[in-house]
Design a protein around this ligand. Structure first.
Ligand SMILES: [Zn+2]
Length: 258
């Protein structure tokens, strides 16, 4: 089955399917202010675009951050991440800010000892987290929600190197217009193919990295990157470039690692 849906039906579909998808996709509707990554609606202005977005400017638990490995504390009680991701039919949205792949609800993960469902994953051009100030070419965010609504996001840096087959499937099917969605049951995606072999991570408590910047995210940023080819990076950059929020102060928060 192949479908190309109009903008309004994408928003409706996403909202009905997953509350977290609606929250995180931030598809601008009629009552949502426009936001972007530069200019008058850029990250410095997000906190003043709408009263509900104040935490973008004033919050003390914001994301992303610059990760300083020398300051990360070994988390002796941190659990391994266990993923049980399954093959899911391709369901991909261009939401005007990113390319987002929606899960079918069957992919699970145990993160921090709690069970989560994979809701969606999406990309940032220019990584959002940096390591000792270094920005990676891209970053993947795998967004998970627990039964009671907690959010855990696994961040994966994407460096230039060997091409990634799963990325090829996704990037070759990216809708080019904002608001466009593509569903194709004959194409399967398994998010396991987007994780590095070693699953060591940095962990801290943070926020959504897009408005409304809600401070409800347990972040798990993988130490080991995955790789994509230069051509795959360019393929994404034809749609989105520089889609990262500047790093925020760690402040009083602890950065742990495993
Ligand atoms: Zn993200």
């Amino acid at each position: 089955m192949k479908q190309f849906l109009a903008k309004s039906s994408v928003a409706l579909f996403v909202t009905c399917m997953f509350s977290a998808t609606a929250l995180l996709a931030s598809e601008p509707g009629q009552d949502e202010p426009h936001w972007g990554y530069e200019g008058v609606a850029g990250p410095e202005k997000w906190g003043s675009l709408k009263s509900g977005h104040k935490v973008c400017g004033e919050g003390e638990r914001q994301s992303p951050i610059d990760i300083k490995p020398s300051q990360a504390v070994q988390g002796k009680t941190l659990d391994d991440i266990f993923v049980h991701y399954t093959d899911a039919p391709l369901n991909i949205v261009n939401n005007g800010h990113t390319i987002q792949v929606n899960s079918d609800g069957h992919s699970k993960a145990v993160i921090g000892g709690k069970e989560f469902s994979l809701v969606q994953f999406h990309f940032h051009e220019g990584s959002e987290h940096t390591v000792d100030g270094k920005r990676h070419p891209m970053e993947l965010h795998l967004v998970h929600q627990s039964e009671v609504g907690e959010l855990a996001v696994i961040g994966v840096f994407m460096d230039i190197g060997e091409p990634n087959e799963a990325i090829k499937t996704i990037f070759d099917n990216m809708p080019t217009q904002a608001g466009e969605q593509k569903i194709d049951d004959s194409i399967k995606i398994n998010a396991t193919d987007l994780l590095p072999d070693r699953r060591g991570y940095y962990h801290y408590l943070g926020s959504l990295t897009t408005p409304p910047c809600t401070q409800i995210v347990e972040w798990y940023v993988m130490k080991e990157p995955i790789t994509i080819s230069e051509a795959q990076h360019e393929q994404y950059r034809k749609l989105y470039k520089g889609t990262y929020r500047p790093t925020q102060e760690l402040g009083k928060r602890k950065l742990l690692h495993k």
